[in-house]
Design a protein around this ligand. Structure first.
Ligand SMILES: [Fe+2]
Length: 616
């Protein structure tokens, strides 16, 4: 029998560094560097994530045959030079700033990787793995298709930019991806959405989610201006941006002066008051994005003749648009890669390497290959106990049979519970392994969780996690949604008439209005970002939901990520305990250990911990 083949996929250098490891094509481990370094969207060489992946597989670097990097720096450099040539003198200033760095450093990723590996694993220096580049959109397409449950699918990748492509379409069949067409930089749906995000005073690459959450408060009053001035969308979904309004191609900003002329005034200051204009802009760009994606999807459905769609790229995290795409029925089934951003490129690069370069077959499977995204680090019972003891925590250990009924009771009593179990999730969402949970029926839960725990004022409700077999009773969706990637309506029979008092609310206050039996997870337009938990997904989370359902008749909980604003999701029991102690969570559960806030010794810290994390 041949020894197993191990390959590593990496993304790093821009944002969201990550590593993933395949053994004979099976996804063994994947993790983002930020979780280990505690620096949000850490872009540095993912040394901790690599070490973790090797540890998980029980191998050292010598076992890795090839490392696949998630984009091609030569092609990217070509795009950068071509863009400067096209824009002429206008880009001279940033040309002088950027190009020398490319010539000296950024272009030579293989050389940099080699030296990083040498430093990290000095004993393996004599036999470093082979290094290969995979194109950025090929990495996204591979992450979208190869782990999906489909043997055949149309694949759509939409993001900011990689080398040249900003939108690409593919046919996935068995172990092959065949490119159909692409739309190239500087014309980018992702960068258009980011430009509006920036104009509305939110951070590019992380504030896009906020813009999406803001959309239901507004009316699409600016959609006409966006279409008239910023983007020309053709019937087939292809589009063209008017670069008079955008400066990202060769400048130092997302937008030009002219941008503010069409939206009545300058951009909103970060952390400033959110006005009606921002609500309406969010609603407007959401409508334009959805319409463009629907057109692209129709074109792809027609061209491919295939009924399954796979998606990846940062824009595929727009779960409101995904919900519309699902409801449109253009495709029968849609599978979206849960790590659709560039961290997922690490996984895609490895999968593209395995199936496309090494031509390994794709074995038949039932369900997808993402293991509910539980691809990250975990801590066994003894490690948890040792860690908690070392931190001076006061805790009790509950037996398996007692744990979930007890925690369900605590939740039903209105407590907020930090929930740390098993392997960490890969991708931006916490799906019940590194989560904060609460009772979705509780009318105060939304504001309690936001203000006392997440340290933020939010216009977004939290996401519901629901037992898969009950999802149809509570939400308007007829299938599973294990990755919280589709926004759908709350079922009519669970909705409530709003009171006259509630109807008088305005702006962000609208979120306080009780619209359903699960107000903490119901947005102002009665929508919800649903996560379903089926029989094979996350056994302990499922058991907790079942216990809560048995006690209360409600199979829904609030699920939000275990972190505060600006902090990466917790990785270790120590991270979890610190976050628990810094906030007003009532209980923490790590594995079988229950920790009650009121039993804990006071946390002594120097300085204000809030300054540790830059606001996102
Ligand atoms: Fe990307």
């Amino acid at each position: 029998m041949n020894p197993p083949s191990y390959i590593l996929g990496l993304s790093y250098g821009y944002h969201d560094s990550a590593a993933s490891l395949l053994r004979d094509g099976e996804i063994i481990a994947a993790a983002q560097e930020e979780r280990f370094t505690r620096v949000k969207q850490d872009a540095r060489f993912p040394q901790n994530a690599i070490r973790y992946c090797l540890r998980e597989a029980g191998v050292n670097l010598n076992a890795i045959s090839t490392v696949y990097y998630y984009e091609n720096p030569d092609k990217k450099f070509d795009r950068i030079i071509q863009t400067y040539l096209n824009f002429g003198l206008h880009g001279l200033k940033s040309f002088v700033q950027e190009v020398p760095d490319w010539l000296l450093n950024k272009r030579h990723v293989k050389r940099a990787l080699q030296s990083k590996f040498q430093q990290l694993f000095p004993s393996s220096a004599a036999s470093l793995p082979h290094l290969e580049y995979i194109d950025h959109h090929e990495s996204h397409a591979a992450a979208a298709f190869f782990p999906s449950p489909f043997q055949q699918a149309a694949v759509l990748c939409v993001d900011g930019v990689g080398e040249w492509a900003t939108t690409s379409a593919w046919i996935g069949s068995e172990n092959r991806l065949t490119p159909l067409w692409e739309i190239r930089f500087p014309h980018s749906l992702g960068l258009l959405y980011s430009a509006i995000t920036y104009f509305c005073g939110f951070k590019v690459d992380s504030g896009e989610y906020k813009l999406m959450g803001l959309a239901p408060y507004g009316r699409p009053l600016y959609a006409k201006q966006i279409r008239e001035h910023l983007i020309d969308v053709k019937e087939d979904g292809s589009f063209w941006l008017n670069m008079d309004y955008f400066d990202y191609a060769v400048g130092n900003s997302m937008i030009t002066e002219k941008f503010s002329h069409i939206f009545s005034g300058p951009q909103r200051e970060p952390e400033g008051l959110i006005t009606r204009r921002e609500f309406d802009l969010a609603a407007s760009i959401q409508v334009v994005l959805e319409d463009t994606l629907l057109r692209l999807a129709r074109t792809l459905r027609k061209q491919s003749g295939i009924r399954n769609l796979c998606m990846a790229g940062g824009v595929a995290l727009n779960c409101v648009a995904n919900g519309k795409l699902l409801a449109s029925g253009i495709f029968d089934q849609i599978w979206v890669q849960p790590a659709s951003g560039d961290a997922g490129g690490a996984l895609g690069a490895a999968l593209a390497g395995w199936h496309m370069r090494e031509q390994a077959p794709r074995l038949p499977q039932s369900g997808d290959r993402m293991r509910a995204t539980l691809l990250g680090s975990s801590y066994d019972d003894a490690e948890v106990a040792a860690s908690l003891r070392g931190l001076g925590a006061v805790f009790t250990r509950l037996e398996d049979t007692k744990l979930c009924p007890h925690v369900a009771q605590l939740l039903a009593q209105g407590n907020v519970v930090g929930w740390f179990q098993g392997r960490m999730e890969f991708g931006p969402r916490a799906l019940g392994s590194r989560s904060i949970l609460g009772d979705a029926r509780n009318r105060d839960m939304q504001s309690v969780m936001n203000l006392k725990i997440k340290n933020r004022e939010s216009f977004r409700p939290f996401a519901p996690v629901v037992l898969e077999e009950h999802v149809g009773e509570w939400f308007d969706i007829d299938r599973d949604s294990p990755y919280m990637l589709f926004v759908v309506g709350v079922q009519q029979q669970k909705r409530r008439q709003t009171s006259a008092e509630d109807q008088a609310l305005e702006g962000i206050e609208l979120l306080k209005c009780i619209r359903s039996e699960v107000p903490a997870v119901t947005h102002i337009d009665y929508s919800a970002r649903v996560q379903t938990v089926g029989a094979n997904a996350n056994p302990r989370l499922r058991e907790l939901l079942q216990a809560f359902h048995a006690q209360t008749g409600c199979p829904v909980l609030v699920n939000t990520s275990f972190n505060v604003r600006g902090e990466p999701i917790v990785e270790s029991p120590a991270n979890a305990y610190l976050c628990f102690m810094r906030t007003q969570m009532d209980y923490l559960v790590v594995g079988n250990y229950l920790i009650r806030k009121s039993d804990q010794p006071a946390l002594v810290e120097q300085g204000d911990w809030r300054e540790e994390f830059a606001l996102d």
